[in-house]
Design a protein around this ligand. Structure first.
Ligand code: FES
Ligand code: FE2
Length: 335
């Protein structure tokens, strides 16, 4: 299993998912209840277990900015301090649940599970295209029953597009074209580039760009360990510099519990932004592609679980980025 790096920021939700209804998520094995304060400004994240009998606070109700436990009414403020208990004036001194630092940025709610004293919002990697004026985004989130390391592996090696996503986003050239890998160990960033000069145009891009015929296709991955993955995808008609179509594909990889991961995905574009039909095509199409990965990773995890001991892998060139990511994740978890 890939170890968890606790002192890191993770995406807990899209900002649009968090409102005046309590939302349950589990991050790094910690059950969390999320809600938005009445003034809308703050996303509160509390441990999702009442101190009294561990009832899930996410199944409770809000009273203003306070959570009232749905079982016997222990009432918590936004810091997780219990301010009221039933049947007595005195609130036990130890009656509090953990509250986790959150930051809302680039349409995500980021959460910090580790030592709150180390939580520096300036270290959160950016995905500004998700909120940039003149851009539009389709998005979703799929939970997967797999070690989050398997999703990191999957995303850092796109040669699987040719096989797992053939006829969708994969064409023979993806797997055939060699990659360049750059690793910034100190910053925890892995970059994998694959530039195809003359490639078949897969349906995903044929429909979205209107290009007929062959394309030059650039895939530049930027993985900011542990959570944020950006794929800059640039398409032009073969041999031409324009028109160029830039699509930003974003993933947030949030380990939920052991063997479970949240797969947040988004596709952003700066062309045909008002074309609702294209947006709906991209949403459905990308959802299908994501589900191909989800099914494959569920299957892979089941197969790995069925094996008794440590198993042997055989890595090749395409795995360079994924192996670098594993090294960085191991180091971050060690800290
Ligand atoms: S379990 Fe929450 S008040 Fe009893
Ligand atoms: Fe995939």
């Amino acid at each position: 299993m890939t170890p968890f790096a606790r002192n890191q920021w993770y995406v807990a939700a899209y900002g649009s998912e968090v409102g005046r209804e309590l939302l349950a998520r589990t991050v790094l094995g910690e059950p969390i209840a999320l809600y938005r304060t009445e003034d809308s400004d703050t996303v509160v994240a509390l441990a999702d277990r009442c101190v009294h009998r561990r009832f899930p606070l996410s199944e409770s109700r809000l009273d203003g900015d306070r959570v009232v436990c749905g079982y016997h009414g222990f009432t918590y403020d936004t810091t997780g301090t219990c301010v009221q208990v039933p049947g007595q004036k005195r609130v036990p001194r130890t009656a509090r649940v953990s509250s986790y630092p959150t930051v809302e940025q680039d349409s995500f709610v980021w959460i910090w599970i580790g030592d709150p004293a180390l939580a520096d919002p300036l270290t959160i990697p950016r995905a500004e295209h998700l909120v940039r004026p003149g851009w539009t985004t389709v998005r979703g989130m799929e939970p997967i029953d797999a070690d989050y390391g398997l999703l990191v592996d999957n995303l850092l090696d796109l040669s699987h597009e040719t096989y797992l996503h053939g006829g969708y986003i994969g064409t023979p050239e993806v797997a055939e074209t060699h990659i360049t890998t750059e690793v910034d160990e100190a910053a925890g960033v892995v970059r994998v580039g694959r530039h195809m000069d003359d490639a078949e145009c897969p349906p995903f891009y044929a429909r979205s760009t209107g290009i007929e015929g062959r394309i030059s296709r650039k895939q530049d991955i930027e993985y900011h360990a542990p959570c944020l993955y950006l794929l800059h995808s640039r398409i032009t008609p073969v041999g031409q510099d324009s028109p160029a179509f830039l699509t930003e594909i974003t993933y947030a990889i949030t380990p939920s519990a052991e063997g479970k991961v949240y797969d947040f995905w988004a596709v952003s574009r700066d062309f045909a932004v008002d074309d609702a039909e294209l947006s709906s095509f991209l949403r459905d199409f990308n959802h299908t592609v994501v589900m191909q990965d989800v099914d494959a990773l569920n299957l892979l995890q089941t197969a790995l679980d069925a094996e008794p001991g440590p198993y042997q892998e055989l890595s090749i060139n395409i795995d360079t980025g994924g192996l670098a990511a594993r090294r960085i994740l191991a180091r971050l978890a060690d800290r």
